[in-house]
Structure formats: C-alpha cells, structure tokens
Design a binder for this molecule. Structure first.
Ligand SMILES: Cc1cc2nc3c(=O)[nH]c(=O)nc-3n(C[C@H](O)[C@H](O)[C@H](O)COP(=O)(O)OP(=O)(O)OC[C@H]3O[C@@H](n4cnc5c(N)ncnc54)[C@H](O)[C@@H]3O)c2cc1C
Length: 453
C-alpha cells in the first residue's frame, strides 16, 4: 500500500492521527520504533498509545472543567482515544481513568485492523525529504530523529523533567487502616485513603528530605520541572506544609475510623495519601501525585512508613525522565506545519502541549489539517473559544516563544468572557456553553468546505 501520509510515532498523538486520516479514507504508514528492538526510558510494552505514568485522562466534567470539555470536543470528532477510554474506564470519581493495558490493547488492535493503516515497527532517524509527514514521537523522541529535528528547525529542542508515580498491589494494602472515599463524597468511593497524624506526617517529610535522590547528569541540571508533575521530594523541600496543600491534602476526606458523637462521619486526618485504581481488575493502584526521583530502595523504605502501606508490594516504582519539545510558537504555522519544511507537521507532546489528552487532541487536529490538504482544501482552525482551538492557538503562536513551556488545557487559554459581569460560580459553565456553540458552528463550516472541495 503506498501511503499518503507518513506518521512517525505510535503514541497517543500518532495513533489518534492515524485513525483520523484512515477514517477519512486516506492511506497511512505509521512507524513505531517499539516492537523493533527499540524502546524509550518510560515505555513498558510494544502497545500503541501506552500511558507511561498515571492511568487518568483527568476530569470528565464537560460543564466545569477545561479538560472535560476537551474530552467532549474530541468525542464529537470521532476520537479513537476517547472511544477506547470509554470502553476501558475504571472507577475514578469524576475523572476518566482507564485500565491502561486494556486501553492500549484496544487502540493497537483497531489500528492494526484498519485497512487504510500500515503499521511498521521501525525507528526513523531522519526527516522524510518529501511527502506529507506527521512527527508524533513524543517527549522521548529517539536521539537520531531529535538531532535531525533540531537541525531542520534551526533551533535547539527545549527540555524539562517529568516524573512517574509508583504503583502498589491492592492486596498488600492494609484496609484495616485505610478507607475508601472520594474527596467531598464526589462520585463513588473510588480512592483508597491512607490517614496520617501530625507526628507521622512530620516524620514522613523528614524522611523525604533525607532520602537519597537520583543524581542529575551535568547537562540536565538547569532543566526545569513541569509544575504539574513535580516530584514529591522537590515539593517537600519547598516547605514542610507544601505536600499538605498538594497531593497529601486532607480536606473533604472524613476518616470514618475517627468518628465521635460530635463528628459522626469522622474527621479529616492531618494529611492523606490517596491511591487510585490503575487496572480493570482493581489489583493495581497508583499513589496519586507521588512522582518521585528518590532512589528505589528509599522509595520502598519511605513509602512503607505511610499508614496502611507498611506491607506494600510495588508493581512499579517511581522514576524521572527528561522530556523534549520544540519551540512551536516560533517554528510551526497555524496548521502545525514546520515553517521551514511545510510537508512536515508536528503533533503531540513534542509540540509543547502537556498530557495524554492534549497530545491526542493535537494529533487529531494535525490529521484533520493533513486530510483537508490532501482533499485540496484548507481546514480553518477551531475557534479560540473552544478547547481544541485554545490549545492549538497557544502552541502555534499564542504563547511567547522565548518563555514557552508545556501547557495543559485550561480556561485561561480562551478569550475572556465578555458582556455583563459574570458571577464567579457561573464562569466555567459559561466558558463551556460558549465553546459548545462555537464548536458546532466550526464543525458545520468544516463539513461544508470539505464537501465543496
Ligand atoms: C516520564 C513521563 C511521565 C508522564 N506522565 C504523564 C501523566 O501522568 N499524565 C499525562 O497526561 N501525561 C504524562 N506524560 C506526558 C506523556 O508522555 C504525554 O502526555 C503523552 O504520552 C504524549 O503523547 P505523544 O503521542 O506525544 O508521545 P508518546 O505517547 O510518548 O508517543 C511517542 C511514540 O513515538 C515513538 N518514537 C519515538 N521516537 C521514534 C522514532 N525515531 N521512530 C519511531 N518511533 C519513535 C515512541 O516509541 C512512542 O511510542 C508523561 C511523560 C513522561 C515522559
């Protein structure tokens, strides 16, 4: 099969892009190096769309949360990632979390079976000289291709650090100490909560501060962290209370084992460590927000001081990796094409968006732009009032190139609301209402343009 578009990288973005193009009737070659003897520092398998850390796509609330809105917009555009997530979701309160193996298997199976997609397990080390190409090789792009990109882009790739949280076997957790609940009872009782009193918390913080950390290499020293993925020991260094206001915050979590006539539902502990279901069988649970660069022996020693985790068996320990992304606002045009080589588009985290959902969303858009181009047409960018448009706008020019940092979708990327003063509690709903209306109009126009091409 000769292909019309070559997609390099079968992660979240590349898989979504391949699916979108194939469903539009275009022939795709999808090159993925895992499965050919290569891998990255974070992937564990040869599956496409492997989630390397958390198993969560974050909030699924499309009325009050920007990432929930992005989910909804992607569903409206036939997203493969969202379809597979729906099939393999696991309980996670108001978040959309999945069984990571089932999810990635689903995507791999569908891509392999699609008649318009040829999946080739190969590593690509150079930018294709001609032909429509989408580079979706992610934050851990293989070094050969990363070097080729840096040369073509005429600029060094930027870098930051990202970290992975540990995963614990459910049957090693002491449920005589922990309890199941969601914060403020929102959603189901989906999280395992480990309560800490003040002396336990203080000892834990002291142990984190004293624990042995992975040393950075010389060239890594000045690389900043992505703030949403900061290791716990780095947060602990910021001050003893930082974790209690971050991943260990106790608010809204009544511990039923600490009830009294005055507090029949129990009281909030001094601090709480939460675990979230990580697979459909509910046998594996990840420690929420516990990304870490502690050495493995110290992770086991320190995390086993958490009440309820004294016998914890770890299915995976935490780790830390360097991520790369390009200076997209300067290098890419509004259709995600490299200005210097317009047959090449970029998609996914390498563009400087952050997160599974955002990466898949940019893969979706890159594919739609490429599909319109093949059809001899041009697809207008989604309006900035939509989550898709806001994210794309940020990457392709909205952000300042000099200070460009990876970004999750948020309402702050959208134009502010206009009109009469809005009550604070109504703002998010007004953003999402406006986005839905704008996406509807954009979709109608896009379909009409495609039909007349
Ligand atoms: C350590 C770490 C932890 C993270 N934790 C989270 C998290 O908890 N939540 C979250 O939302 N996001 C997290 N992220 C970000 C996450 O990587 C992205 O959200 C998402 O996986 C990016 O999707 P992508 O498709 O751009 O890249 P990826 O999913 O990484 O896919 C890129 C693919 O390209 C392949 N590839 C690379 N180079 C080549 C080449 N030269 N030739 C062929 N194939 C190649 C790789 O094997 C990979 O399959 C984390 C990232 C890292 C590195």
């Amino acid at each position: 099969m000769t292909h019309q578009v070559h997609i390099i990288g079968g992660g979240l973005a590349g898989s979504e892009a391949a699916w979108q193009l194939a469903e539009a009737g275009h022939k795709v070659r999808l090159s993925e190096m895992r499965g050919s003897g290569d891998t990255t520092a974070a992937h564990d398998s040869d599956r496409l769309a492997e989630m390397v850390c958390s198993n969560s796509f974050r909030s699924d609330d499309a009325t009050a949360n920007a990432v929930g809105l992005l989910h909804q917009e992607m569903r409206a555009l036939g997203s493969l990632v969202m379809t597979a997530a729906e099939i393999h979701k696991v309980p996670a309160g108001s978040a959309l979390a999945v069984d990571r193996e089932g999810f990635a298997d689903e995507i791999t199976r569908r891509i392999e079976a699609h008649p318009n997609i040829t999946l080739v397990r190969e590593r690509i080390d150079a930018l294709p000289a001609t032909g429509s190409t989408i580079i979706a090789t992610g934050p851990l792009t293989a070094p050969g291709l990363a070097a080729a990109i840096a040369v073509a882009a005429g600029s060094d790739a930027l870098a930051f650090f990202d970290a992975i949280a540990p995963i614990v076997h459910r049957d090693s957790i002491d449920m005589g100490i922990c309890w199941m609940a969601a914060r403020w009872d929102k959603g189901g009782k989906d999280y395992i909560n480990c309560p800490m009193d003040k002396s336990q918390y203080d000892a834990f913080i002291a142990a984190l501060n004293a624990g042995e950390k992975t040393e950075f290499k010389e060239w890594e020293r000045d690389t900043p962290y992505f703030e949403g993925c900061m290791p716990i020991e780095v947060m602990a260094e910021c001050g003893p209370e930082t974790l209690r206001f971050g991943p260990m915050k106790p608010v809204g979590l009544d511990n039923p084992r600490d009830s009294s006539p005055e507090y029949p539902n129990g009281r909030w502990p001094h601090a709480v460590v939460q675990l979230r279901q990580d697979n459909a069988l509910a046998t594996l649970w990840n420690i929420v927000g516990f990304q870490t660069k502690l050495k493995h022996a110290d992770q086991m020693r320190i995390f086993r001081t958490i009440p309820g985790l004294h016998g914890a068996e770890f299915a995976r320990l935490g780790g830390i990796h360097r991520n790369s992304f390009i200076r997209s606002p300067e290098l890419l045009d509004p259709e995600l094409r490299l200005k210097a080589l317009p047959h090449i588009r970029f998609a996914g985290q390498i563009t400087g968006c952050e997160g599974y959902v955002e990466s898949a969303a940019i893969g979706l858009l890159a594919a739609r732009f490429a599909a319109a181009e093949i059809a001899g047409s041009t697809l207008a960018a989604p309006p900035l009032e939509t989550a898709l448009g806001a994210l794309l706008g940020h990457i392709t020019g909205g952000a300042t190139a000099e200070t460009y940092q990876p970004m999750n979708i948020n309402f702050g990327l959208m134009p502010p609301l206009t009109g009469p003063k809005v009550k604070k509690g109504d703002r998010k709903r007004m953003y999402t209402d406006r986005a839905r209306e704008e996406l509807g109009k954009w979709l109608t126009d896009a379909n009409q343009t495609l039909e007349s091409a």
